[in-house]
Design a protein around this ligand. Structure first.
Ligand code: LLP
Length: 417
């Protein structure tokens, strides 16, 4: 992780001691570096050069208002997948007119909300959704700007749960049906064709599949123009650039985008990107304290105060996150399974990690900025972690630790019978 250094008092992020953060805000706490976010964002901007393009941050990766407002200030647009995410973008000062709305199951009320807010584009994923959007827009006396999210049937060569651009995935309109559906869209009174979109998967480490998807989109754009007289304003190639969690050779934005930009070099359409993980994943860590060490004949366990409800990725995808001790220690190195207090054997954050640790020590679970807090839950009635952003040497609390009372607040017992 960038900007994580070891100092005399242990690990520091952007010069702020993680032990001080634990003392001030408790654990578990997600800690993010603003400088790392802005470096990641600028790398995209530099890769795009002067090209007419928009970087629409994928809100699902991390939707904290502090994070969204930081990206808005850096000049990002947004990619949302729910009405709730739109409300967050607006609350964080993001611009709806620079926001695209993806997702296979948009409800009518979410469409109305997005039309009222004046979002930039609906990425429509099926014929049925197009019909509904046309009706909802008619009722609201509005014209909905649309792109069809096309499924280019390209293998992104990533984890099957996060690969989205293959024919048998639920996402997007089948490539061979897209032309017909665009023609139909052109005949509808309450939609306006603005662009084309695709997103083939996440944690991509090879630029080839995204270039392949882009060239399939170009085939369609040309067919649209010659066969149906439809001109598009933008091409949205989605997100997906992977990051280094362990020892992966993740391409930089420039390496990732170069083949795509080459394909688009003679074209006038604006390029939209929807990166999530590569903007925030390596800017954040989860800080946790060791409650107990449990040494056994076959396995040793470090039982920490974070769990699968805080960071689901290891349990869900068998994902690897580096785990490091915050303070250099004099203990001997042993292999530990780092586990949480949740009552499931799937509740692990890392297995077989060589650590020199004692009860009460702090651990940092690295590269946890993306799909960490946003996928957290209250399983086992565990309040969600606090979140802190470090900016210019100062730690800012951007989400308080959830009080138990707010977990109970929406519930009630049955009336007396
Ligand atoms: N656009 C669309 C339409 C998406 O579905 C996604 C992610 C993105 C953009 C952003 O992709 P990124 O740049 O972050 O790869 N929970 C999983 C990742 C799920 C990704 C879902 N879609 C994980 O923890 O690995």
């Amino acid at each position: 992780m960038p900007l994580l250094r070891s100092g005399p008092e242990g690990l520091e992020l952007e010069g702020v001691r993680l032990s001080d953060i634990a003392t001030r805000f408790g654990t578990p706490t997600y800690v993010y570096s603003l400088a790392a976010m802005s470096t990641a964002f600028e790398a995209y901007r530099a890769a795009l050069g002067g090209r007419h393009a928009s970087i629409c941050y994928a809100v699902k990766a991390n939707s904290n208002l502090g994070i969204l407002s930081a990206f808005a200030r850096l000049g990002a647009g947004f990619d949302i997948v729910s009405g709730g995410e739109l409300e967050r973008v607006i609350a964080a000062g993001g611009d709806p007119a620079r926001t695209v709305f993806s997702g296979v199951g948009k409800r009518s009320d979410e469409m109305t909300l997005a039309l009222d807010a004046g979002i930039r584009c609906f990425n429509v994923e099926s014929a049925a959704e197009l019909e509904r959007l046309n009706e909802v827009a008619a009722r609201a006396c509005k014209i909905a700007p649309i792109a069809l999210r096309v499924n280019p049937d390209v293998d992104p060569r990533t984890h099957p749960y996060i690969s989205t651009g293959l024919r048998n995935n639920k996402f997007g309109v089948a490539f061979e049906e897209a032309l017909g559906l665009y023609r139909h869209a052109a005949s509808l009174d309450h939609v306006r064709i603005a662009g084309i979109a695709c997103h083939i998967g996440s944690q991509l480490l090879d630029p080839a599949p995204i270039a392949e998807a882009a060239s399939r989109l170009i085939e369609l754009i040309d067919a649209l123009s010659t066969e149906a007289g439809i001109q598009l304003e933008h091409i949205d190639i989605g997100g997906g650039l992977g990051i280094r969690y362990r020892d992966e050779a993740a391409p930089s934005p420039i390496e990732y985008l170069e083949p795509v930009l080459e394909l688009f070099s003679e074209r006038k359409e604006e390029i939209l990107l929807e990166p999530g993980r590569s903007l925030i994943g390596n800017a954040g860590l989860l800080l946790t304290r060791i409650e107990y060490l449990k040494l056994g004949r076959d396995r040793n366990f470090a039982i920490v105060d974070a769990a699968m409800n805080d960071l689901a990725r290891p349990a869900l995808y068998d994902a690897w996150h580096d785990i490091v001790a915050v303070r250099p220690h004099t203990q001997e190195f042993r292999n530990y399974d780092v586990v949480g207090p949740v009552c499931e054997s799937g509740d692990f954050l890392g297995r077989d990690r060589s650590l020199a640790i004692a009860q009460g020590d702090l651990l940092a679970i690295l590269s946890a900025g993306a799909y960490g807090m946003t996928m957290s839950s209250n399983y086992n009635t565990r309040p969600r972690a606090a979140e802190v952003i470090i900016s210019s040497g100062q730690a800012h609390l951007v989400r308080r630790r959830e009080p138990i009372a707010s977990l109970l607040a929406l519930e009630s017992g049955l009336p007396d019978s």
